[in-house]
Write a protein that binds this ligand. Structure first.
Ligand SMILES: [Zn+2]
Length: 391
């Protein structure tokens, strides 16, 4: 811990500046509990510092490999990483596979674009990996899956959900994979059910971002996430202090091994529940609860409750079909529901959707707009808060 802090103090201008401004003495940070002495960095500040080079360690070669960010905030932050760091980063993915019974002869299907630069969360450097483009026609994706008969599958939630539906529609039953790893956004209940049905194996929730690598993953128990504690320290903060078990707070991470662009108390912009103690699988790694969505998409309801993206999606499951709708909050009391003709589960759907939205947000207007279809994107963005966004 103190090595990560000492390195940042010695080599990274950004930390020297903000710690001085905050009047803290990083020399006092010796143990992990002392981290709370350091200020939390919000995503905007980190992004600005990354862009102007202030967040880079002194002496970083100009031609270092940079990974475009696909983080939860969707920001175009390029994260440079040295060779050793890149290897550690990939090892994080292999480790998750090992935790789920990986054998070197196993085949992996990786949803992503190839050739072209693969998404950083999709680089693992292991053999026997078949790449399937999530943008290919569904019939082609299904044929590739049937030919590959993978033991492991990695993909974004939205891509896996579409593939799961494709497998069901084409009546293709795969031998159940050892694990289907779902990443990139909130794994809502409906997507979870569709993936389980289509692939024959319940998805494993994986949380990570290219700024930090893999942060947490579910074990076979499919409960709280185990944190990759040898590389990452995670805090779930509510009003600046540690949230109680099960409580929702902001995910703040500290990279323990990153040296090129270390992130110390970096606010990811995501919300998650605090872990509820050790998992009954016996692993000693610390836990965190499941990710609830982006903080900027969460709202405080009229009665003071925090309503997260996950809460909205899970409440609408059964009424609206994921991937066929999008709700945009355009002002304090106005919501727009964009829905395709396939969005509603039955004829009472529009009325039910209105009732649910009002039960979550109070007496708000909900305008329904019909749309043809949503493009096959990497992330679903079924609920977005557009207040305060430039039009
Ligand atoms: Zn466990």
């Amino acid at each position: 811990m103190n090595r990560a802090v000492a390195h940042a103090r010695r080599n990274v201008p950004f930390y020297r500046r903000i710690w001085k401004e905050a009047g803290v003495d990083p020399g006092r940070v010796r143990r992990i509990e002392d981290l709370a002495l350091l200020p939390v960095i919000d995503p905007e500040t980190a992004r600005d510092a990354a862009r102007n080079g202030e967040l880079l360690a002194a002496g970083t070669p100009a031609d270092i490999e940079a990974f475009p960010s696909g983080g939860s905030t969707g920001a175009a932050l390029r994260v440079p990483r040295g060779e050793v760091e890149a290897r550690l980063w990939r090892a994080g993915g292999v480790r998750i596979q090992f935790e789920h019974g990986f054998h070197w002869r196993d085949r992996t299907v990786q949803f992503g674009r190839r050739p072209g630069p693969p998404h950083p969360l999709q680089r693992f450097g292991i053999a026997a990996t078949d790449w399937i483009s999530g943008e290919a026609p569904l019939a082609e994706q299904v044929a590739c899956l049937a030919a590959s008969r993978p033991h492991f599958v990695f993909g974004h939630v939205a891509v896996l959900r579409r593939a799961g539906l494709g497998l069901l529609e084409h009546n293709v039953r795969l031998p159940p994979p050892k694990a289907v790893f779902a990443l990139g956004e909130v794994l809502d209940d409906e997507s979870r059910a569709t993936i389980r049905e289509g692939f024959g194996s319940g998805p494993v929730d994986v949380y990570g971002m290219s700024e930090t690598g893999f942060i947490g993953w579910q074990c076979g128990r499919r409960r709280d996430l185990h944190v990759n504690a040898d590389c990452i320290f995670t805090e779930i903060l509510r009003d600046g202090v540690a949230a109680a078990p099960g409580e929702i707070g902001r995910v703040v991470v500290t990279t323990l091994r990153a040296r090129t662009m270390p992130l110390l108390r970096f606010d990811t912009g995501d919300l998650a529940r605090a872990g509820c103690g050790p998992c009954d699988c016996g692993r000693q790694l610390p836990t965190m609860g499941r990710v609830e969505g982006r903080a900027r998409d969460a709202v405080t309801a009229y009665d003071g409750r925090v309503v997260t993206q996950r809460a909205v999606l899970d409440r609408l499951a059964g009424t609206l079909k994921m991937g066929e709708y999008r709700i945009r909050r355009t002002s304090e009391h106005r919501f727009v529901l964009e829905a395709t003709s396939r969005a509603f589960a039955n004829s009472a759907g529009p009325r039910d959707a209105r009732r649910i939205v009002r039960s979550l947000f109070g007496e708000v207007e909900l305008e329904t707009e019909e749309c043809k279809e949503f493009p096959a994107r990497l992330k679903t963005h079924a609920f977005v808060d557009e207040r305060g966004e430039a039009q």
